[in-house]
Design a protein around this ligand. Structure first.
Ligand code: CAO
Length: 452
């Protein structure tokens, strides 16, 4: 019997990658090539396998640790003469889908084990785009559009495949919305408890999926000069979320218009008064304040679906969509009900600046109850905002414009703000949505009503 250290092998240019899963425990008997840990870089996750089998005597790493080539993962007690893993074939990356996949394909695979220098076993790579040599092959074969590939480690993908779970239908609860093994278990439990019917959130009848044509494959270069650019990381993640939300939530949008002539006068007055203090109030701060009042009056809008239950929230965290050079993000203002308009204006402008600089932490984008997407600074007359699941409604705001409004005797020039309220029709009826939007428009038309 000899104690052998198993170390992280050469994993290409990855340096100091984070461990997101430890797949074995002290006392386990492991086989050569069995996966030991999963590590994750910005764009890919990878399982590190054992160079040889034996009984795990000591674990030297834990979830959250950063590792690089040579880091000791664990010690195994190997039986005398135990065979190390056979040399792994270099993955045949016929078409590496990402920089990481290409690097993995080029990397010689060696796992260091001083007592018995082991031949290589190959780390298993799962990039956030399909890796055609890895366990994500099923997804590649399934022709899942790249931007919609769910974020999950190889072992979780493997687990999902074993259970026949389509990862695209599972909501990830891990960091960066990563799907965990527990999410798969919860999904399966939910499916079983509904007698095999579609899981919560799915609008599909039991046993049926969408039957749609595959994505058209076109050689664009045949028609003229082209240039191909990878989508940003934010676009890939938000794209997958938007797609799920659009497909799984029955959206309806209620359009209304608010007379903000007096509110705009107040806003300009406030800005003139606070110019020296450097505070700038935009319509967004008033909208957040008014939305909170409307959520208090219509609590089913401040809620989320959980199976057959509606979870009503007694806190008011409001998200707002921020356009950044890398794509859309939704920072969240916590406890907006406890803040005044000036404080809200300060906080939205600070969060928007952080968003544009890519400095928002995940915590600053979590816990939202309701979102506002304001395109008012840009233009447009109305649009259909996509609900930010698991929220049940979102307010889209377009550009205000002077319009002739009939007051009973004459047309008056009034500043009108378009409001587009998308709601989840499973939770909210059309009449409630119309009431919510009309109430909101009334508050914006006469902001004094907010104190009533
Ligand atoms: N009507 C007319 N003018 C408006 C307006 C409206 N509804 N809303 C804002 N404006 C004006 C502002 O008053 C400001 O004008 P001044 O500079 O002359 O005072 C100007 O437009 C720019 O405002 P802003 O956009 O910088 O500030 P904001 O607080 O209104 O919005 C933020 C902040 C972060 C929401 C915004 O910058 C943004 O990113 N919007 C895009 C959101 C988005 O992408 N939504 C789509 C999601 S779905 O793909």
């Amino acid at each position: 019997m000899s104690i052998v250290e198993i170390k992280v092998p050469d994993i290409g240019d990855f340096d100091q990658v984070e461990i997101i899963e430890v797949l074995v425990a002290v006392g386990d008997t492991i086989q050569a090539e069995q996966s030991l840990i999963t590590v994750e870089s910005d764009k890919a996750s990878m399982e590190i396998p054992a160079s040889q089998g034996g009984v795990v005597k000591a674990l030297k790493v834990k979830v959250g640790d950063k590792v690089a080539e040579g880091t000791v993962i664990l010690e195994v007690e190997a039986a005398e003469g135990a065979a190390a893993a056979p040399a792994a074939e270099t993955p045949k990356a016929a078409e590496p889908a990402s920089v990481e996949a290409s690097k993995a394909a080029e990397t010689p695979k060696t796992v260091e084990a001083p007592a018995a220098p082991a031949p290589a076993v190959a780390p298993v790579m799962a990039s956030s785009t399909p890796d055609r040599t890895s366990p994500t092959a099923a997804f590649a074969e399934a022709d899942v559009p790249l931007r919609n590939l769910p974020h999950a480690s190889p072992s979780v993908r493997h687990f999902a495949r074993e259970l026949g779970v389509n990862l695209a239908q599972v909501t990830g609860s891990g960091p960066k919305n990563r799907i965990t093994a527990d999410d798969i278990r919860a999904y399966v439990k939910q499916a079983l408890s509904t007698g095999g019917a579609s899981p919560v959130g799915s609008t599909l009848p039991a046993g049926e999926g969408f039957s749609v044509l595959g994505w058209p494959k076109v050689d664009f270069a045949k028609f003229g000069e082209i240039e191909s650019k990878p989508l940003s990381r934010i676009k890939k993640i938000s794209g997958a979320n938007l797609h799920r939300n659009w497909v799984m939530i029955p959206h309806v949008t209620n359009n209304d218009v608010a007379d903000i002539t007096d509110l705009e006068a107040l806003r300009q007055q406030l800005n003139a008064e606070n110019k020296k203090a450097g505070i700038k109030v935009t319509m967004l701060a008033f909208l957040i304040k008014a939305v909170v009042a409307a959520l208090k009056k219509f609590p089913e809008f401040n809620a989320s679906l959980d199976g057959d239950n509606l979870v009503l929230k007694h806190y008011y965290h409001i998200g707002f969509a921020a356009d950044t050079p890398n794509g859309l993000v939704v920072p969240v203002i916590r406890d907006a009900d406890k803040k005044g308009v000036l404080e809200l204006a300060n906080e939205t402008s600070e969060l928007a600046a952080q968003a544009r600089e890519g400095k928002l932490s995940p915590a600053q984008m979590q816990g939202g109850c309701f979102s506002i997407s304001s395109l008012g600074g840009i233009g447009g007359t109305d649009f259909t905002p996509i609900i930010n699941a698991p929220e049940v409604a979102i307010l889209g705001v377009s550009r205000s414009a002077m319009q002739p409004v009939w007051d009973g005797t004459a047309f008056q020039p009034r500043l009108m703000l378009p409001l587009s309220l998308s709601y989840d029709h499973r939770v909210i009826d059309g009449a409630s949505a119309a009431r919510f939007n009309a109430y909101l428009a009334g508050l914006l038309a006469d902001f004094r009503r907010i104190i009533l």
